[in-house]
Write a protein that binds this ligand. Sequence first.
Ligand code: CUA
Length: 148
Amino acid sequence: MAIDKIEKRIIFSSMAVMGLFVFSLLYAMKKYKSNVPECLPYDKAYAEPKVNKLDDKTYQVFSVASMWQFQPAEIYIPVGSEVDFYVTSKDVVHGFNIAQKNVNMMAVYGSINKTTVKFDKPGVYDIVCHEYCGVGHQNMHAQVYVNY
Ligand code: CUA
């Protein structure tokens, strides 16, 4: 039994839309080098705010969010550095957003969220809490100084 012409067209166009969707997704991943954040098992070591220098261009930042600040509040790194951010919270759920770097995570008590960011341009990068967390929410931020 032959397939109706209109039916054929519908099948073809839905496949085309699917193809376009997959293509756009792969293209965006390549273009924006999207780095999918990971959730790590909780470890007390990460709850201690810290900047670890692993080598000249590799750093670890243990960022601890609490009402209403991030610690460390100022992070100084040289241009070209790759930074692993390990993010947690001491109290309620906070946000962890670096808009200039397409970073969008949550800081959650009892959990460690990790993402890696390469800072290849000098400047000041804002880390902003973008999850409402109480009266001090709008003042909750930190800075990454790259060659500054
Ligand atoms: Cu922390 Cu909003």
